[in-house]
Design a protein around this ligand. Structure first.
Ligand code: OVM
Length: 399
């Protein structure tokens, strides 16, 4: 079968500013074009439907992560930093670091953080409300809360924390092609990478945080001592911008869906499902790539060995083939099965941390705020991988 002759082709640039500003029309175009679409501009195969995205995420044998999960193909190109031992690795090498983080970030390990984070969330919301009832929720809440609780939980000292967001922003840009967004970050890469590396050393980490627990796993022989700093680096790379923009997503969702805010106020136990629904709806991580490990057939199309596949998580999360009224943010929906945290062996290992941050913040806010509404046009922050916000002006009515 000369299947490749039938591949629909698109010359769209998913990493252009026009698309990053509003990717939804492109997502629909790609979903409707077919199960696999050839992106001529990047010589890459795109999956934009739920079924193919989820199947590729699960099939790590055919769709490898070890050649990088960005546009760069590590078979031919030098990675911009030593590859992640988790994200940019396949079994069996992937498995030991993953097991360690699964335990360090698991629901059991987080139980002791809930009380502290609830108190931190209440203190933050009180401080913001004391300043006034009109504010920018992006920096004031979504930016502030993860930076208040997460670096402490990892065990990194206070100085230099302002480097975390710029480092993460660049790391997520670097999954895309070498465009202007990557160039913008380039001048600070050496400085930021050196700072992050310095924070991953055993001596730099407090002795009861996630970082120390990773080093303790190395002492027990579960990973090698050489692996420990890179596993800590994964926390610092993947754990900040993602939660900041995930919390932005849920705050934006509530500001624009007042009836859903009333539901949360009436039933605060919905905070967790609200966050997952926002992760489905907005997909803070929009895309990841895989690399075909052989000639892989998908939907009658052969993806040739060694070629990159771009998986549109965001598009899968709004695929009408899978979701009823996919564009509606709705707390009565069951969002489980969304691929916003990925799926399969690489599914976000920090998802319980993210949910706990969102849940404690939303719970504090729901107890204190009767109404939340837009106070001006929100503004996107463009990133090659993240669906991000620069500004979400809101006006709130305190209880
Ligand atoms: C890592 C890493 C980096 C970025 C994202 C991510 C969303 C993981 O360094 O392991 O997952």
């Amino acid at each position: 079968m000369t299947a490749t002759a039938a591949v629909p082709t698109s010359d769209v640039d998913p990493f252009s500013h026009e698309v990053l500003e509003d990717p939804l029309p492109m997502h629909e175009q790609l979903r409707e074009a077919g199960p696999v679409v050839y992106l001529s501009r990047y010589d890459t195969y795109a999956f934009a439907r739920y079924e193919e995205v989820r199947a590729a995420l699960v099939d790590w044998q055919d769709f490898s992560s070890a050649a990088g999960v960005g546009h760069a193909n590590f078979r031919y190109e030098e990675p911009w930093r030593p590859p992640s031992l988790l994200l940019e690795a396949d079994p069996p090498r992937h498995d030991a670091p993953r097991r360690v983080l699964t335990k360090v970030l698991g629901p059991r390990a987080l139980r002791r953080l809930r009380e502290d984070w609830s108190a931190d969330a209440e203190a933050l919301v009180d401080a913001v409300l004391a300043e006034g009832t009109t504010f920018d929720a992006a920096p004031a809440l979504a930016g502030a809360f993860p930076l208040r609780v997460f670096p402490d939980a990892v065990g990194i000292p206070a100085d230099g924390r302002e480097n975390l967001l710029p480092y993460g922003d660049h790391a997520f840009n670097a999954f895309g092609p070498a465009n202007d967004l990557v160039a913008k970050g380039a001048p600070r890469v050496a400085e930021l990478s050196a700072w992050v590396a310095s924070r991953c050393a055993r001596e730099a980490l407090g002795d009861d945080g996630f970082g120390a627990q990773i080093w303790a796993a190395a002492d027990r022989g579960e990973i090698t001592p050489a692996m420990a700093p890179l596993v800590v680096r994964s926390l610092l790379t993947a754990g900040v911008d993602t939660t900041v923009h995930g919390i932005s997503a849920v705050l934006h969702a509530f500001a624009t869906h007042p009836e859903q805010w009333q539901r949360l106020r009436a039933e605060p136990g919905l905070a967790r499902v609200a966050f997952d629904e926002a992760v489905r709806w907005e997909s803070p991580v929009q895309t990841f790539f895989r690399t075909a490990t052989g000639d892989v057939e998908v939907g009658g199309v052969v993806v040739p060995d060694g070629r990159k596949i771009l998986m549109f998580l965001a598009s899968a999360n709004r695929d009408p083939r899978r979701w009823a009224d996919p564009d509606v943010f709705d707390l009565s929906r069951d969002p489980s099965g969304h691929v916003g945290f990925g799926f399969g062996i690489h599914q976000c290992v920090g998802q319980h941390v993210a949910r706990l941050e969102a849940e404690t913040l939303l719970t504090a806010l729901a107890a204190r705020v009767e109404r939340i509404e837009p106070a001006g046009p929100p503004r996107r922050h463009h990133n090659n991988t993240l669906r991000a916000w620069a500004s979400i002006p809101v006006r709130v009515t305190p209880v």
